[in-house]
Design a protein around this ligand. Sequence first.
Ligand SMILES: [Zn+2]
Length: 108
Amino acid sequence: MSLTLINRSGRCLALNLPHAEVCTAARCSCVTLPGRPPRRVAGSITLPSGQALTDLPDELLGAAEVRALARRGDLEVRHTPTKPSSNEPREPDAPASKPARRKRGESR
Ligand SMILES: [Zn+2]
């Protein structure tokens, strides 16, 4: 599943994605800045009014800010099922693969 977020608030939204709320061990959306020690800066999303962002990871719903905006109706959240794989087994075979039987009336 992936997420689609639509900005219904009528204003530009900037969503902060704190590491503790959004990131998982497998996916961290933070930016690491080089330095000693390296600094981790939480990611953010800017969503202009009326715009939609698609293909977002489900983890974004973990952010309190995203959930609060969704509860107020400022943010429409849609779950989009991930697309099925491109090579579907149900794809019809080419009709030429079936042996064409011809009945001939002239059998001697
Ligand atoms: Zn992170």
